[in-house]
Design a protein around this ligand. Sequence first.
Ligand code: HEC
Length: 124
Amino acid sequence: MKKIVFVAFAAVLTFTGCYYDNMEELYPALIINNNCDSTITPTYSGQIREIINNNCVSCHNPASGNAYVLDNHQGLFAVATSGQLVGAVYQRPGFQAMPPSGAPLDDCQKALIRKWVEAGAPNN
Ligand code: HEC
């Protein structure tokens, strides 16, 4: 009897141990994070504005006195075309890492920003 219980227990362990229900492993090309899909062509109104509003505008708004006002396309366009936007969110040497504290943007959000900047940072 003991042996049967042990075998059953081992079987449960084996099956549960081998079963992964992980989106990133099941669909490696599609990284789903904050509903973020890095395979799309991002637009300012579709994805970029929301990422910036949620992570950056608390500091980068007209009332804060920050040198960079990023709550509108014109302000974001300026740091996009200067190289500062990608440098800051990828936390590259020579740039102030953004956001300055807390978790960096996730890889999908960074990829969308980079794609949009490489497309000329359009107001689309
Ligand atoms: C907690 C406040 C805060 C948050 C959140 C924040 N920033 Fe900043 N950011 C700053 C400050 C402070 C500076 C320095 C400029 C100044 O002092 O006026 C700065 C500078 C920058 C610069 C210029 C960097 C350089 O090295 O030239 C960029 C670009 C920038 N931020 C983009 C962003 C983006 C994009 C986000 C969101 C992912 C973000 N920031 C989030 C406070 C913040």
